[in-house]
Design a protein around this ligand. Structure first.
Ligand code: SF4
Ligand code: SF4
Length: 434
């Protein structure tokens, strides 16, 4: 018997205790300092219990278990629904201070109806028999003006004809005026961004020309919720708005949003993806962002009513009483996610869509596919990324984001390491000890 390759051991933040998590055997325990010491020394007072939990293993048996779990993972993923993004425009009526699409070109004179028809013809054929839904993304997909509205109405009509549910990722500014159009479709979710309380949000996410947008977005959220449309409120976080997130949480609680079952939240890290950000100082790496969220929750526990951060698999364990299935791949690109744009190009996902050199093919005016690159995307997981093979975090990390990895190394099949140990130290401490 020897120690499992998948034991993740670390110290709980602000505590004398330790944790052990094994994502393969799906066991987790809090350890006293003495018990943690037994793992370093590899001398155990109760080895039978550790064998039962999969912390001590026969390596050959563990390898077989790993292979079985991997096959299950692939089967489950094949049965998963596919999220298909459609970008009707890269234009936006906002000029957010951090927008990564600001470097993209915008094209006029597009035959939108023809392209939308080609898009649906492609997904009818390529994703026949798969569960799927369409997420409309931008730029800003819900632009003011009759031409933009007619396009969205046509897209909704075509999706509804096929019983396809729709999600929208919007800045929220025209949400209220779009509700009569949206009501004609099956709306599964509308993702809207607020970056803080009014003063902070308006400083970061203003209209082109500089006017604030907070009040109108709030009206749109209220109107959508009143119509029974689920809202996913996203905040893009960096060091400059983190100090105000607590105020945004209070606002959402007072507004009655957090008590509404149709309301959920997500925090997105503002990070440099394609276009250099003017002020890099304010960007977080993943661990320091979570550290500041940890401190925020300690100061203001009611923040958890607004948002429960994942801290790797800590939140899942807390909410479900068990660990999730082993995560062999955290990047859905080309597996359960694809992105299409109005110019007829096909991309892996939202991180690559519209980026020069990243197209994987076209669906209009004719269908083409770069099969070799698609295969590389499809095969990327912790079993094919060399650096992940010996990493104990692999089944909690999943290899990270292919687009970020490729930006850093030039190779799709390279790692984008997640600070799993740090995140577990914070998350398990917060959810199980505080
Ligand atoms: S490349 Fe990154 S952004 Fe794109 S699907 Fe994978 S994890 Fe998501
Ligand atoms: S991406 Fe990095 S942290 Fe994640 S499994 Fe691979 S080597 Fe480990």
């Amino acid at each position: 018997m020897q120690l499992s390759k998948h034991n993740i051991i670390g110290r709980l933040k602000d505590s004398d205790e330790y944790f052990i998590v094994n994502p393969l055997s799906r066991q987790a325990d809090i350890l006293t300092a003495e018990k943690a010491q037994e793992f370093s020394a590899q001398v155990f007072s109760d080895p039978a219990e550790l064998v039962e939990k999969g912390y001590l293993v026969d390596p050959e048996e563990e390898r077989k278990r790993y292979n079985r779990e991997y096959l299950d993972f692939l089967d489950n993923r094949d049965a998963d629904e596919v999220q298909i993004f459609y970008v009707p425009t890269y234009f936006c009526n906002f000029s957010c201070t951090y927008c990564y699409q600001e470097g993209y070109e915008h094209t006029a004179e597009i035959k939108h109806t023809e392209v939308i028809d080609a898009f649906f013809a492609y997904i009818d054929r390529e994703f026949a028999g798969r569960k799927k839904y369409v997420t409309v993304f931008g730029g800003e997909p819900l632009l003011p003006g009759s031409a933009a509205k007619a396009n969205i109405a046509y897209l909704i009509e075509q999706a509804t004809k096929r019983n396809l549910a729709l999600a929208f990722v919007t800045n929220g500014h025209t949400l209220k005026q779009y509700i009569p159009i949206l009501k004609k479709g099956f709306i599964r979710e509308i993702q809207v961004t607020l970056d803080g309380p009014q003063e902070i949000h308006d400083r970061r996410r203003m209209l082109k020309g500089g006017a604030g947008t907070f009040s109108q977005i709030v009206e749109g959220i209220d109107a959508a919720l009143a119509e029974g449309m689920p809202i996913n409120l996203r905040s893009v976080v960096d060091r400059s708005n983190m100090p105000y997130l607590g105020q945004l949480a209070e606002f959402a609680i007072t507004q009655g949003w957090t008590a509404n079952k149709l309301f959920k939240t997500q925090l997105g890290r503002n990070y440099e993806l394609h276009v250099c950000q003017a002020d890099q100082q304010k960007l977080y790496d993943r661990a320091s962002m979570y550290e500041d969220i940890y401190n925020l929750v300690k100061r203001q526990p009611s923040f958890l009513e607004f948002h429960r951060p994942a801290f790797s698999i800590s939140k899942f364990l807390f909410e479900n009483g068990e660990l999730p299935n082993p995560l062999f791949d955290s990047c859905p690109g080309t597996k359960t996610e694809w992105a299409f744009d109005f110019s007829g190009r096909i991309f892996s996902c939202t991180a690559t869509v519209g980026k020069e050199g990243e197209a994987l093919g076209t669906f209009y005016p004719q269908v083409t596919r770069k099969d070799e690159i698609i295969r590389e995307w499809e095969q990327r997981d912790v079993t094919t990324i060399e650096a992940c093979a010996a990493c104990p975090m692999q089944l909690a990390c999943g290899g990270g984001c292919a687009a970020v990895a490729k930006n850093a190394t030039g190779r799709i099949s390279s790692p984008d390491c997640r600070p799993v140990g740090d995140l577990l130290g914070m998350g398990l401490s917060l959810y199980f000890q505080t």
